[in-house]
Design a protein around this ligand. Structure first.
Ligand code: ZN
Ligand code: ZN
Length: 253
């Protein structure tokens, strides 16, 4: 099983996951040509993607989904709340999953949704399993919950949000209302919250951590890295920060 973060941040998110002949995109917040270009850089034809799974209806996650799916015949998987929140868009191959359900299968991949506190209708993050390996993806959550800690406990690799540094958010360019939204219980995890979550789920089998959804204006990669290194120093060689403008390249799980 392997994955590649095509890009991550408030201007677009998409992650490609592949196992045993099944390829799935988790979110598609980039335009069609940009998504195709980033896939091509990984040696992947867009037409080979079986499905796009949508975490929630914010534009940086769903913006490119409908067009990509229509052009390349991919299924679209979403919770009913996300589908409504996105304005019930047409999709020829729409599949609904229960946000609080036990999960679903796409080809050789099994996906288990994790409900998260975020300001969308029915937002979910995921644990994705294939070939006996497990990838946990957790971005876009305002608070660390017991459910998140439980779900992410035994992952081989993790994508974890470290969105902002609280001081930089306070001193930064966002208006107060937006600062409150981002820093609030239904906004985004800050560096310390990311470290708290990592500390709760860190175990010997966790081989890789990709810090994700980092804010360009309210955080710096070195601050996010320092926060998580404090609780996972043994992960240092396989620790990286996903970027907005380029893919991570293929990463094994
Ligand atoms: Zn987002
Ligand atoms: Zn969001």
């Amino acid at each position: 099983m392997r994955f590649a973060v095509l890009g991550s941040g408030s201007r677009g998110n998409a992650t490609l996951i592949e196992t045993d002949g099944t390829r799935v995109l988790l979110d598609c917040g980039f335009g069609l040509r940009e998504t195709e270009r980033r896939l091509a850089d990984l040696g992947v034809e867009a037409a080979s993607i079986a499905a796009v799974v949508v975490t929630h209806e914010h534009g940086d996650h769903v913006g490119g989904v409908a067009r990509f799916a229509a052009c390349h015949g991919a299924e679209v998987w979403t919770s009913p709340g996300t589908w409504k929140g996105a304005g019930t868009p047409d999709a020829a191959r729409l599949r609904l999953f229960a946000g609080h359900g036990s999960g679903f299968r796409i080809g050789a991949l099994r996906l288990r949704p994790i409900p998260v506190p975020h300001d969308a209708r029915e937002p979910c993050q995921f644990v994705i399993e294939g070939e006996g390996r497990r990838l946990g993806v957790l971005t876009d959550a305002g608070t660390v919950t017991a459910r998140m800690r439980e779900a992410l406990k035994e992952c081989d690799a993790l994508m974890l949000e470290a969105n902002h540094d609280p001081q930089m958010l306070r001193d930064g360019p966002y208006p107060v209302s937006l600062q409150r939204r981002v820093g609030g219980a239904f906004g985004h995890l800050n560096n310390a919250q990311a470290a708290e979550l990592l500390d709760a789920v860190h175990h010997r089998g966790l081989r890789r951590l990709v810090i994700s959804h980092i804010s360009a204006k309210n955080n710096r990669p070195d601050l996010a890295l320092a926060a998580v290194r404090g609780v996972a120093s043994d992960l240092a060689p396989e620790l990286l920060v996903a970027e907005q403008n380029q893919s991570t390249g293929w990463l094994s799980v």
